[in-house]
Structure formats: C-alpha cells, structure tokens
Design a protein around this ligand. Structure first.
Ligand SMILES: *Cc1c(COP(=O)(O)O)cnc(C)c1O
Length: 206
C-alpha cells in the first residue's frame, strides 16, 4: 500500500527529493516505509520527533517541518538533518549558537509565507531580504533553500500563483539548492512550479 502510493508519487516527481511526513504515524508504519528503502522522514513536533529518533534506526534522516520554538532547538540540533521552518532572525541566532556549542553546522530552509491564510507560519519576503544580510555572521547555520505552504482547499490557479511566487524568489537567490513545496493535496502543482523537495504524509499512509 505505502509502496504503491510512493510509486505513484515517484511517477510525478521522478528523482526529486521526497520527505515522508510521519507525524501522527506509529513506529510500525514508519518501519514499513523504512523497509522499502525510505530514509527521509518529516515531523512537526519536537517531542514526537525525539521519541521516534530514539526508537528508530540511526541512518534515518530526520526533517523538522513544523514551527520550531527557540527553547526546543537544543533538543534536535545534535541529530537533525534539515530544519524546514526557520521563520525569524531570532531563530537563526538560536540555531547558530546551539550548533556552535555542538560543533555542528545545521542545514536549514527559510520558510516564506506564501499562503493567504493568517494561520500559516513563515516570514514575509521583506523579512527574508533583511535576514539575508545578517546570515554571513552566522557560520554554524547553513541556509540551503526555501520552504512554503500554499493555501489549502483553493482553486488550482491560486495555488499555482503562490508556488510561482516562491519559485521566483528561489531563482533570484544565489547559493540555494532546495525549493521545498508540495504536500498530498498539491504536490503535482508544486512539481510543475519547480519544486525539488516534497513533504507528503496522508496520501502515503491513508
Ligand atoms: C503535515 C504536514 C505536511 C504533510 O501534509 P499531508 O497533507 O499529510 O501530505 C507537510 N508539511 C507540513 C509542514 C506539515 O505539517
């Protein structure tokens, strides 16, 4: 079942990066994806992420895809593969200082707010432009790309507009290699709009 769904996604995204979103899934369910070769998993809550990290094989690459509070950074920096949800300069500073202490360089994406709804996290384009100026001061954090979530349950052309917007910013930014857009509902549109990393959960597991 999981295998079939992943194959279906692969037909669309080809060899681009797939993050299997495992939030709310059991260890057994994650193991099923692991057994067929999957190594990149995404979680949106620190506590759940840590629990799963401890119980599952250590060659899994864990992705933090949900909003991250500064006081929880220290729990995930030692093992996290990629943080998708950097949304403030304060968080940049915190990840940098904790990474320095741990002697690691932490890979991150900046989450840009592209959806119309207020509830979604992420920073504005202006904010991102401002933060870019400060990044050279923080050598233990490595911003490798951008992440965005489109508005849910709207027409395709609205979603496309939002993804196109982020793609344009991505194209203009040098030194970035990752554009992470697309979930179960909209990964095909994200693929058309130039995404090269996808976060998909319910389509795979339901
Ligand atoms: C849950 C979640 C996803 C995956 O959503 P699905 O609709 O289950 O594919 C992707 N990104 C983030 C940030 C999420 O919290």
């Amino acid at each position: 079942m999981i295998n079939q769904r992943i194959k279906e996604i692969r037909k669309v995204i080809k060899n681009k990066k797939l993050i299997v979103v495992s939030k709310n899934r059991t260890i057994d369910e994650i193991y099923e994806a692991y057994k067929i070769g999957h190594r990149d998993f995404g979680e949106n809550r620190v506590q759940e992420l840590i629990k799963k990290y401890e119980q599952l094989p250590k060659d899994i690459k864990w992705h933090m895809i949900g909003h991250l509070q500064k006081n929880k950074v220290k729990y995930i920096v030692p093992f996290i593969h990629l943080i998708h949800s950097v949304d403030s300069l304060e968080l940049v500073r915190k990840i940098n200082s904790v990474s320095e202490k741990n002697n690691v360089k932490t890979k991150c994406l900046v989450q840009i707010k592209i959806a119309e709804e207020d509830s979604k996290f992420g920073m504005s384009l202006d904010n991102y432009e401002e933060i870019k100026k400060h990044l050279p001061n923080y050598s233990s954090i490595n911003i490798v790309g951008l992440m965005g979530m489109a508005t849910a349950n709207v027409k395709k052309n609205q979603i496309k507009k939002e993804f196109d917007f982020l793609h344009k910013i991505f194209k203009k930014s040098n030194n970035l290699n990752t554009l992470c857009m697309g979930m179960s509902q909209d990964y095909k549109i994200a693929n058309e709009c130039g995404s090269n990393m996808f976060r998909i959960g319910s389509f795979i597991f339901n």
